[in-house]
Design a protein. Structure first.
Length: 233
């Protein structure tokens, strides 16, 4: 039986910041998706991402007067909520950054490719003692990043990841791995195996595999107190 280490009040507070940030970001995504869908009904379309939202707002400001009055009033309300959600997220990001800079373990984790201050601080606050896991694979399994096994007729098959455990950290790791894969074509020995996987696997599958590897590296750094050293050719 594995017992959960007791988190300090400070760690609980940092995790509360993360959960609040996640809620605000999710609400912002819902609002921006709604705005994009409503404006699309009138033929006002912009690219995906935050840059696309800025472009969409500029288009609305330029040709919004041609829309019906009721539509403009509804869309102005959505835009007001989007703008009001930006400031709290920025404030929380600044507080998380302050904690990250003052925590040695979080700073060491942020040196791993695919892990930034947000992910590093979330892992450092969620795992007070990494030695409760016997290996990096156990830590990765705790995050739900290991494949499920299915046995039938004497044959064993591996399926998708279990998605058990801390879903917040798992999503952060997968998002970071996706960002790393965007630059995987650069000459980097730590990404060579990811390039080989991209030749035969879907990018989403490779991103999850890279997140699994990143979680195992993070466990080594936490359990052994080491600093990350990038592999060399």
């Amino acid at each position: 039986m594995r017992f959960v280490p007791v988190k300090s009040a400070e760690q609980q507070s940092v995790l509360m910041l993360h959960k609040t940030r996640e809620l605000l970001v999710r609400q912002r995504v819902m609002l921006t998706n709604a705005l994009r869908a409503h404006l699309g009904e009138f033929g006002i379309i912009a690219p995906q991402g935050l840059a696309g939202i800025k472009q969409l707002l500029e288009l609305f400001q330029g040709c919004g007067r041609a829309l019906p009055v009721l539509a403009r009033e509804a869309l102005n309300g959505v835009i007001a909520h989007i703008e009001s959600a930006e400031r709290p997220i920025e404030v929380i990001d600044a507080k998380i950054m302050v904690w990250h800079r003052g925590n040695e373990q979080s700073r060491r984790l942020a040196a791993i490719p695919g892990i930034g201050p947000i992910t590093a601080s979330a892992i450092a606050a969620s795992v007070p003692d990494a030695t409760v896991f016997r290996s990096g694979r156990q830590f990765s399994a705790w995050l739900g990043l290991t494949p499920r096994s299915h046995s039938s007729g004497g044959k064993e098959r591996t399926m998708g990841i279990t998605k058990q455990g801390d879903g917040y950290i798992r999503r952060l790791l997968v998002a970071g791995a996706t960002a790393v894969l965007r630059h995987a074509r650069q000459s980097n020995p730590s990404r060579a195996w990811a390039l080989r996987l991209l030749d035969s696997k879907r990018p989403k599958v490779v991103a999850v595999a890279l997140a699994n590897k990143t979680a195992r590296i993070a466990w080594v750094l936490m359990a052994k107190g080491e600093a990350y050293v990038a592999p060399v050719v």
